[in-house]
Write a protein that binds this ligand. Structure first.
Ligand SMILES: Cc1ncc(COP(=O)(O)O)c(C=O)c1O
Length: 390
């Protein structure tokens, strides 16, 4: 979906140096561009991996599928959580071992399950009988983990309702998986994306732990606890550093699940968001009336070209301009398209410099996750978000 270019630069920048920001301020761009530092992704992987200890990382490819990032993570020893055949093929093209790829979407096409099975993927997610039937047909004998609806998400971007089964359905689904020849291998859940504090995991773990123990007591030899993603990125509100956060989550897991052979974590945002910033441009600054207190600032990137997570103003990005330090005023921020839904922040306006003018560069911080992968192919003719991996 995105044009992806590799710059031949070092991948060992020191951690206090913001390689992506430095690149943005020292170069010009003719379209919105996500600049990602591979070195920074490597540091995040190392920090999360250290904090997670014995748990295994399966990077959620959907967060940023740039091939250079996948390759870096293959080299680091990561596994991968793939949502589609295309993501599986991407991982394979970058050297991933199929045994380290889990097909984590609970909604899969039969032919894609068959493809995954044929190339050696053995671990599949499901949350209902019909999906178990599909897996049994197209990947006979496969290992499955059952995804639970978690009730108490305190995340900024909750992922519940659409995915998972209710607690009460789990026992019969485990039995059903076995009856159709699959291996009921484990449980999964997602606390919700951008769960800013490790302690917010506690109510979710409190819900899942008794279900795990009950399933074991019912005779299911569960091996895998997939704790999903949720590891946060910095967007202005304080978040714990990745290593300490991951370690605190694992402590909470161990307190409740004493006997899990294989814990899997699927960080997406926490792995890549802080490694990338978007270089964008101000297209227009206007006032809607003579008395208006708020300016409208239109950027060359919007809801459809990468900033989808501004939906409901859930994820609040930080902006940097060359005028920072001067006087500021409240702005409604919007994208460039002829679609009135293409407004980024209106309920809670953003303070931007009074000096801001059309043509100014504006850097949107910590956008390495869920931007390029959300960008439309060319809504209104605006190009998809370009990606430059340093
Ligand atoms: C199954 C699954 N695992 C992991 C993730 C990654 O979540 P996060 O980016 O919050 O780490 C997602 C995100 O949608 C997901 O659907």
């Amino acid at each position: 979906m995105t044009a992806s270019t590799t710059a031949a630069l070092s991948v060992s920048a020191p951690s206090n140096f913001d390689e992506a920001a430095d690149y943005i301020w020292n170069n010009s761009f003719d379209k919105p561009t996500l600049v990602v530092s591979r070195a920074r992704v490597g540091e995040q992987y190392d920090a999360l991996n250290a904090g997670l200890g014995t748990a295994n990382i399966h990077y959620a490819v959907k967060a940023n599928p740039a091939p250079e990032i996948i390759r870096l993570l293959v080299e680091r020893g990561s596994g991968f959580d793939a949502a589609s055949r295309q993501e599986i093929e991407l991982c394979l093209s970058q050297g991933a071992d199929p045994a380290k790829i889990s097909f984590g979407n609970t909604i899969k096409r039969g032919v894609d399950i068959a493809f995954a099975h044929s190339i050696g993927v053995t671990l599949f997610a499901a949350d209902c009988e019909a999906e178990l039937d599909k897996i049994a047909t197209h990947a006979p004998g496969a290992r499955v983990y059952l995804r639970l609806i978690v009730e108490n998400s305190l995340a900024d971007w909750p992922l519940t309702r659409k995915f998972g089964c209710a607690d009460t359905l789990l026992p019969s689904l485990l039995d059903y998986a076995k009856s159709v020849g699959l291996v009921p291998y484990g449980l999964s859940f997602h606390v919700g994306s951008q769960t800013r504090k490790a302690e917010y995991w506690n109510p979710v773990l409190d819900q899942v732990a008794p279900l795990w123990h009950a399933a074991k007591a019912a005779g299911h030899d569960l091996q895998l606890l997939n704790i999903g993603g949720g590891f946060p990125a910095y967007h202005g509100d304080p978040v714990d550093a990745p290593r300490g956060y991951a370690a605190a989550v694992m402590t909470a897991v161990k307190e409740r699940f004493d006997d899990v052979p294989y814990v899997m974590a699927e960080p997406g945002r926490g792995m890549v968001a802080e490694a990338g910033h978007i270089a964008a441009e101000v297209m227009l600054v206007s006032r809607k009336s003579t008395q208006a207190l708020r300016r409208w600032v239109y950027l060359d990137i919007g809801r459809f070209s990468g900033l989808a997570e501004t939906e409901g103003e859930a994820i609040r990005y930080e902006f940097v301009t060359a005028h920072d330090g001067g006087a500021v005023g409240p702005c409604v921020l919007a994208g460039p398209s002829c679609d009135s839904a293409d407004i980024l922040y209106e309920k809670n306006p953003v303070d931007l410099p009074l000096e801001l003018r059309d043509g100014d560069k504006i850097m949107i911080k910590n956008c390495g996750a869920y931007t390029s992968s959300y960008s439309s192919v060319g809504f209104n003719g605006f190009p998809p978000l370009d990606v430059l991996v340093l």
